[in-house]
Ligand binder design. Structure first.
Ligand SMILES: Nc1ncnc2c1ncn2[C@@H]1O[C@H](COP(=O)(O)OP(=O)(O)OP(=O)(O)O)[C@@H](O)[C@H]1O
Ligand SMILES: [Mg+2]
Length: 243
């Protein structure tokens, strides 16, 4: 069953057509991949799906809810979490404080119950443990490696227990050990019922992790299928070679 979908979404920036009648769907319970050459519109599609950009045309649906034009906060309260291609963390706050801020924000947005300070702090430590950053909890977040920052950002979106998580290039610039670790964490969450849509250029990561892969080229969906199907689709190869 389709959980989240973008239907015929178009978006242009001045003269640049970033999305052109783009259709991408995410099935409930799957780990879906979204690939395509640089500039094919993947991040713009994420931005439209999560309320950070408004589409010129088309719609975004979460099951039977219309999320077209909804604000980022409204999308967040519907249980959709996302990361950004460049991490968004507070560099001067500690690792612990970054997650704590996210816990408090989720409480304010009504996504989490208002917890006691002790329960909040316990939750932060659980999440840092889950992403493997416990030993770094008191360091300024700005001192983490790029991969560690990405894991920290991942922890902050897990705070609100989203049922759908959109990841924009989670493995980009991250070392192989940490990529493997991240893939395991994604699989663990998926086993608990969390649905994923992952944009990633690392083909080994995408093909190894995803149940189904959608391919974008010049703002439109040009192929979708299992990793094996997508890999042998000539249109996909052409899109990459042509750019
Ligand atoms: N805010 C913006 N203003 C102007 N043009 C933009 C803006 N955002 C995206 N674009 C343009 O839209 C097109 C799609 O960009 P987008 O970032 O969505 O691609 P992408 O598939 O995520 O690429 P990459 O793999 O490099 O991250 C590109 O031509 C880009 O330059
Ligand atoms: Mg992008």
């Amino acid at each position: 069953m389709t959980l989240l979908e973008a239907v015929d979404v178009s978006k242009s920036f001045g003269g640049i057509q970033a999305l052109s009648a783009c259709c991408v769907r995410v099935e409930e319970g799957e780990i879906a991949g979204l690939i395509g050459p640089n500039g094919s519109g993947k991040t713009t599609l994420f931005n439209v799906m999560t309320g950070y950009e408004r589409a010129d045309a088309g719609s975004v649906r979460l099951r039977d809810k219309n999320l077209t034009g909804a604000s980022p906060r409204a999308v967040f309260t519907q249980g959709i979490g996302r990361t950004f291609q460049l991490t968004r963390i507070f560099p001067r706050l500690s690792v612990f404080e970054n997650v704590h801020v996210a816990v408090q924000r989720a409480g304010t947005a009504g996504v989490l119950k208002h917890w006691t300070t002790a329960r909040e702090r316990q939750r932060v430590d659980e999440l840092l443990d889950f992403v493997g950053l416990s030993s770094l909890r008191d360091l300024p977040a700005g001192s983490l490696s790029y991969g560690q920052k990405k894991l920290l950002e991942f922890a902050t979106i897990l705070v609100s227990e989203p049922r759908v998580i959109l990841l924009d290039e989670p493995a980009g610039g991250v070392n192989p050990t940490m990529i493997t670790y991240l893939a395991e964490r994604i699989q663990t969450l998926n086993g608990e019922g969390v649905t994923f849509l992952i944009v990633e250029h690392n083909m080994e990561f995408v093909m190894g992790l995803c149940d189904r892969v959608s391919v974008m080229h010049r703002g439109s969906l040009i192929a979708e299928g299992t990793p094996a199907e997508v890999r042998r689709n000539p249109a996909v190869l052409n899109a990459y070679l042509g750019d």
